[in-house]
Each structure stands twice: as structure tokens, then as C-alpha cells.
Design a binder for this molecule. Structure first.
Ligand SMILES: [Zn+2]
Length: 357
């Protein structure tokens, strides 16, 4: 900028178009000089009350820049190099656009900058969710099929878990408390035979690892969760209301962000729920229950006695602990093991990580 005259182009009586902003990005990436793009003003703005941010914080590629590596700040040092990270901004009162240093802008505009930044973030969220909705369209059928395939196992697992909680209230929490400290690993202290001034020296020996702790995890209700997920899918089938950046932070923006966040929750939950269901089904495996019984017979376990094994159509539980006694004949429905669990959610079904199928 050194030596060249400051310029002003008061032609933006409306917010600059997307095409213009995209062109500005390209120009900056190619030249490292966001201030030399067509119709970008470089003089000091007169009216600082109103500012609309058109980009996030952008690092100017300094190697592409001719001469001085830093960009002048139109606000405090229009002719001398000042910053390398800035934002595109529209000054509606002046009808101009400028590239402003992000630190400088925060300092000069104060509260106005924070308001503009908040507005920009809302705008980004809305655009992101509008884009997400378009990407959901070709995938929603596939997502619902995936959910339907998980449904029978989820229902069976929840049925057994509710049966356990209904009959042996507190047992899942008790076992979880005992097992979660070491992620399901059970350690027993063994006499090493060595003595230190008459004291026995013990070592920790791994008795085994209990699988499927998700089955006894807090409030594990996979069927109810899947039903909530289906509700969100139904909502995704409804179009988002029309909204443009010029509309600002209105009720429509709030609706889009609220619905978008639920859709994000749905995707995240669906992915982990599939793994959780798979894990939970491991808990009632013979080998797992045999390990728990073996632990129950050990003097160091928190159990006075523990019977936990398959009998007929379900699992028989009888436990006596220092907290209390528990009893339950857990019914295990055929679908618990009878239905295959679909393999992990295909990346092609994720509207955030892939191009349309
Ligand atoms: Zn400045």
C-alpha cells in the first residue's frame, strides 16, 4: 500500500453479494492483498457505529504479498503496515467495504464489534444448518432404515435392563460403582510370599475384564433414545424456514439453530448408540457372567455371594452385598441376540462428512 493513494468506493447500498465475497476470498488467497480487491475502500471510515462482518478471522498469506508483509489498518494506520489477520466488513452507513485487522477492530469498535461478531456467528450457524438440511435430503431414508435395523435389539436390551432395575433396584448402580473404577478390570491382591519387616507384600493380579458395562450404565434406555432420534428425523423431513443474513438474529434464526442443534445431537447420538447397544449385548455372555461369579466367590470381592447365570429363557441373579440383597429372574427376549446389529453408520449417510450419495 505504501505510496499508493487511499481509495473509497461508496457503492454498497446493500450487503455485498455472495459472489462478490467469494471473489474477495479468492483474490486474497492469490495475492495476499485483501485491500486491493475491486471496490474495497482503504481510507479511514467516518462512521463506526454500524459494521457488518462478512468473514471470520482470515490469515493473510504473507508470502504472496508484494513488498511489506503486513496489511495497513484502514482505521488507525491506513498507510502503514499493521496486521496479518483480519476480517471483511461492510459499513452500511458509508456504503463501503474494508478489510480490517481483527484486534484493531475489536479495540476501535468496542461493543459494536462484539454485536457484529455475534451476528456473524449466528449467520454462520444458520448457513451451516441450511447446508446440512440440503445434505440430509438424499440420506434421510437411509438413516431411518439404519434406525429401524437397530430397533429390535434396542427394544430387547431395554426390556431386560428395565426388568433388572424393576426387580433388583440399585444393583446396576452398585455393580457399576465397583467395576467402573478400572474400566471393568477386576484386580485381586495376592500374597507375593515376600515380607518386609514382617509385613506381607501383596501384588495386584488381574482376575479378568468384564465386558459390556454399557448394559449397567446410568439411565441406559436405548429404545427410548432411538424413539427420540426418530422424532428428530421426522423434523429433518420438514424444510427449514427461509432465512437470509439480512434477516439477522430473529425468531427464524433461532428456530433454524434450535432444529440444527437437535439434528447434530441426533447424528452424534445415533453413532454412539449403535456402539453402546453392541457393547451392552456382551454383558450377558456366559463367559462374562462366569467371571462375575468367580469374582463373587473371592473373599476380596464386595459380594457375600453372587449367582449370575443363564437359566432357561433368561438370567438368574441372586446377589448379597455389604449394601443389601438383590434378586431377579431377568427375562431376555429372543431379539436380544436374535437380530443382527447393523455395522457402524456408513460415512455416506453422514451429511456432515460426505458428498451426497
Ligand atoms: Zn487499527
Amino acid at each position: 500500500m505504501d505510496g499508493s493513494a487511499l481509495v473509497v468506493y461508496p457503492i454498497f447500498n446493500e450487503r455485498p453479494s455472495e459472489e462478490y465475497i467469494q471473489g474477495w476470498h479468492r483474490h486474497m488467497d492469490e495475492t495476499g492483498s485483501p485491500e486491493t480487491y475491486e471496490n474495497v475502500s482503504t481510507n479511514k471510515p467516518d462512521a463506526l457505529e454500524n459494521v457488518v462482518l462478512l468473514s471470520g478471522e482470515l490469515q493473510v498469506p504473507p508470502a504472496k504479498r508484494l513488498g511489506n508483509r503486513l496489511v495497513p489498518c484502514p482505521i488507525c494506520s491506513p498507510t502503514t503496515p499493521k496486521f496479518s489477520k483480519g476480517r471483511m466488513a461492510w459499513f452500511p452507513d458509508e456504503q463501503t467495504v474494508r478489510f480490517i485487522g481483527h484486534d484493531c477492530a475489536a479495540r476501535h469498535f468496542g461493543e459494536n464489534y462484539r454485536i457484529a461478531d455475534r451476528r456473524y456467528k449466528i449467520e454462520q450457524r444458520c448457513r451451516f444448518y441450511q447446508h446440512m438440511w440440503r445434505n440430509f435430503e438424499p440420506r434421510i431414508d437411509g438413516l431411518e432404515q439404519f434406525i429401524d435395523a437397530l430397533m429390535p435389539v434396542a427394544k430387547a436390551v431395554q426390556f431386560t435392563r428395565e426388568h433388572l432395575d424393576g426387580n433388583a433396584d440399585g444393583f446396576a448402580a452398585f455393580l457399576r460403582g465397583e467395576l467402573s473404577r478400572h474400566d471393568g478390570r477386576i484386580f485381586i491382591k495376592e500374597d507375593t510370599g515376600a515380607r518386609d519387616r514382617g509385613q506381607i507384600i501383596f501384588s495386584d493380579v488381574l482376575l479378568g475384564v468384564v465386558d459390556g458395562l454399557t448394559f449397567i450404565s446410568r439411565n441406559f434406555r436405548p429404545h427410548s433414545t432411538l424413539l427420540s432420534i426418530l422424532d428428530v428425523c421426522a423434523d429433518i423431513r420438514m424444510p427449514l424456514p427461509t432465512w437470509q443474513p439480512i434477516d439477522g438474529d430473529n425468531d427464524t434464526a433461532k428456530e433454524i439453530i434450535g432444529r440444527g442443534r437437535r439434528a447434530e445431537w441426533m447424528l452424534k447420538t445415533l453413532r454412539s448408540l449403535r456402539d453402546d447397544i453392541q457393547d451392552a449385548t456382551q454383558f450377558l455372555r456366559d463367559k462374562n457372567l462366569a467371571l462375575l461369579e468367580q469374582w463373587g466367590r473371592n473373599d476380596q470381592s464386595p459380594f457375600i455371594s453372587l449367582v449370575f447365570r443363564w437359566e432357561g429363557i433368561g438370567v438368574h441373579l441372586r446377589a448379597e452385598t455389604y449394601v443389601g440383597a438383590y434378586y431377579c429372574n431377568m427375562v431376555v427376549l429372543d431379539d436380544f441376540y436374535g437380530k443382527p446389529i447393523p455395522s457402524a453408520l456408513s460415512p455416506a449417510l453422514d451429511p456432515l462428512t460426505s458428498t451426497p450419495v
